[in-house]
Unconditional design. Structure first.
Length: 323
């Protein structure tokens, strides 16, 4: 048998074993009555089943709140089983932070009345959700079995709410997408930021408005909090006793990840403007030097090149003279 064919057979066997074992999310306690489920710091791929985004459980007297149900129905069902195990209560409310499929398509695992999101998130899913689902099926195949687009209710309004005896603040922001939901638990000072914040993982920009995103980051930084759970990457904590949790080496009070995300976006915006002004084509722009301060940021080159594809045509149209 040729070596290439043998290698393909081994890869297929490994994937079959991965499918056989399914999703196995793990919950880690980060505050009183709050658990995080860490996504892989990777791009969406067959090897991770699309489980790359962070989720959170919040225990209340009325049941468990799930923040972000993940990429697929099967993953959402695994999250539900895990939530019931760690909290002892069923999932009775699900918040979808924004439209991207690694956060939103797991809504297929829940009854529609349990699903809540910002009005703009629902509108964006109406426009783009079916396309996202099709793309995820093409990438992930059987990981997506049974996953159909289920729209959350677009009924979330910003402000303080009390659910099951737990006082929460819901923040309606934008910039990573047209509607970005963040949540603060008042009792513990835990800020769940969704994809407005990336920690030691380069920000993704397929629907980004950088100016609006920077404004939202300024608003998040002004919200008093003790720890921050980003949409991707490790927990950001300020020297609190985290019980050995991976915090990415940060000692911050939940502010460094916000600052790092803002720093990356500021550098990216300036670098792409400079690349257009220098006459670089898209391939060249995707290979510009990344500052050393981002050396530990995962997927930096990958997300830079994706951002070039997202922003470059409009920047060229704006900045280059017509001949």
């Amino acid at each position: 048998m040729p070596v290439a064919v043998a290698g393909h057979g081994l890869a297929a066997t490994a994937l079959a074993q991965q499918f056989a074992t399914g999703y196995h999310p793990r919950a880690e306690s980060i505050a009183d009555g709050i658990w995080m489920v860490r996504g892989a710091d990777e791009a969406i791929a067959m090897t991770n089943g699309g489980a790359i985004a962070n989720s959170a459980f919040i225990a209340t007297d009325e049941g468990t709140i799930l923040f972000d149900p993940g990429p697929s129905r099967e993953y959402a069902l695994a999250l539900t089983a895990l939530a019931e195990e760690v909290t002892g209560k069923p999932v009775t409310r699900v918040y979808v932070s924004h439209l991207h499929p690694d956060h939103a398509l797991g809504a297929a695992g829940f009854a529609p009345e349990l699903l809540h999101a910002l009005p703009e998130t629902r509108r964006e899913l109406v426009d783009e959700g079916e396309g996202f689902a099709d793309g995820m099926y093409r990438i992930l195949a059987d990981w997506m079995k049974g996953t159909a687009l289920v729209l959350p209710n677009g009924d979330v309004k910003p402000g303080d709410v009390t659910y099951g005896g737990r006082k929460l603040r819901l923040l309606a922001l934008q910039g990573h997408s047209g509607g970005d939901l963040a949540l603060l638990d008042h009792a513990t000072g835990t800020l769940i930021a969704g994809d407005l914040v990336f920690n030691n993982r380069a920000p993704a920009t397929p629907h980004a408005d950088i100016a609006a995103w920077q404004k939202s980051l300024t608003e998040l930084a002004a919200v008093p909090h003790n720890i921050l759970l980003p949409g991707h990457g490790p927990l950001d904590t300020g020297g609190l006793n985290t019980g050995g949790l991976d915090t990415g080496g940060l000692d911050t009070g939940g502010q460094d990840a916000i600052a790092q995300t803002a720093d990356w976006l500021g550098w990216l915006d300036g670098a792409l403007h400079d690349a257009v002004a220098q006459g670089l084509d898209m391939a060249e722009a995707g290979n510009i030097a990344i500052p050393g301060r981002f050396a530990g940021v995962k997927l930096a080159r990958y997300e830079l090149q994706r951002s070039v594809s997202h922003f470059y045509p409009a920047l060229e149209a704006e900045l280059l003279p017509r001949l």
